[in-house]
Design a protein around this ligand. Structure first.
Ligand code: 5AD
Length: 350
């Protein structure tokens, strides 16, 4: 199946009407559509507006650095874009409680104060109990370690359990706000269920992050406009956007890679629409274009994930979008941050 994203006109002159609309907060569908399609000068100007708003809301010009520990790749969902989907044939692992706690100690001692714990989606009681126990132990040892969980859909009781254990934030991407696409890409889930989970997370008191994927099979520019509008309807503290990468082991492995400019533009628009939220510059941007993560910062991002928490032997077994996933090292990211005239904060920005 072909992506139906339109190709954008090249070498436009600055679209002043579009920039004025964005500056005065006119987020009509046609403005957002033009924003997504902008290239050349206009795109640069949209990024500049995104940076201006980010720096007004985050005047220290810091990028929040978080370490990730990919605690398990067991997943009950069958998403076509993901190489960890149930039945993808990859070898499964679950990190032991002691190993996660030890890794958290190590990261904390090195100065990190934000920790992302990520896994495939698994609602089994034994798994959720185990994560809650690990979170609680890490919090007991390091009360000021900000813990972000990214574990997928769960029940209200399970979210409440994880919150009570000490989780501070939760990332649950809605991926697409469009029912037709969501259910095509994620046939084992429904968009209603996903959005209900998002609401439950806000209700149980997490600081919640969400976002979409662009450049996906069947997705149009108008579908991305819908995603941008949906983000404003939830009380979120973080937004994000990734660009589709056809991983070797996923159902969509033969589909074309997404157009990264749509991701940069979606990020800049997210920043302009909700300027006080955190936003990551993700490694898949780098996979699509050299200096992609630097460009993400220039489009308004202000968080980075450092892949220094997953043991080497498990890293290859967490192929979200590729077994050759680009897992940036510290120095590469530090360079990108410095080049963007920002500094790295090991402390939480919210
Ligand atoms: N390409 C880009 N992003 C992807 N994600 C998952 N698979 C892919 C892919 N093939 C994103 C999804 C998910 C997050 C962990 O990574 O948005 O929520």
């Amino acid at each position: 199946m072909l992506s139906v994203l339109e190709s954008a006109p090249a070498g436009q002159e600055t679209d002043t009407a579009l920039l004025e609309a964005l500056e005065r907060g006119d987020f009509s569908r046609s403005t957002l559509r033009s924003g997504l399609l902008a290239r050349g000068e206009t795109q640069e100007q949209i990024f500049a507006l995104a940076r201006k708003l980010r720096d007004e809301h985050f005047p220290t010009c810091e990028v929040e650095a978080r370490s990730v520990i990919e605690i398990s790749n067991v997943c009950m969902q069958g998403c076509h874009y993901c190489s960890m989907a149930k039945g993808s044939g990859i070898k499964r692992y679950v990190m032991k409680h002691e190993a996660v706690v030890e890794m958290a100690d190590f990261l904390y001692e090195r100065g990190r104060r934000v920790l992302l714990m990520q896994s495939g989606e698994n609602q089994a009681k034994a798994w959720v109990d185990a994560v809650a126990r690990t979170v609680s132990e890490i919090k007991q040892r390091h009360p000021d370690f900000e813990i972000i969980l990214c574990l997928g859909n769960m029940s209200e009781e399970q979210y409440a359990q994880l919150k009570k254990a000490g989780g501070d934030r939760y990332i649950l991407k809605f991926e697409s706000s469009v029912k037709r696409l969501y259910e095509m890409w994620k046939p084992t889930d429904t968009v209603e269920e996903r959005l209900n989970c998002l609401k439950l997370l806000v209700d149980v008191g997490f600081k919640v992050g969400s976002g979409n994927m662009v450049g996906m099979p069947g997705q149009t520019v108008d579908d991305i406009v819908d995603d941008l509008l949906l983000m404003g309807e939830y009380d979120l503290t973080m937004n994000s956007c990734t660009v589709f990468i056809p991983g070797e082991a996923c159902g969509y492995r033969d589909e074309p890679i997404g157009d990264v400019d749509f991701a940069f533009n979606a990020m800049a628009l997210m920043r302009i629409m909700n300027p006080d939220r955190l936003m990551p510059t993700t490694s898949c941007l780098e996979k699509c274009r050299p200096s992609g993560q630097y460009i993400g910062l220039m489009a308004g991002a202000n968080t980075i994930t450092i892949h220094d928490g997953t043991p080497e032997n498990f890293k290859k077994m967490f192929p979200i979008y590729s077994t050759n996933r680009f897992t940036p090292d510290n120095s590469h990211l530090l360079n990108a941050v410095a080049k963007a005239n920002m500094t790295v904060s090991t402390h939480p920005l919210q």
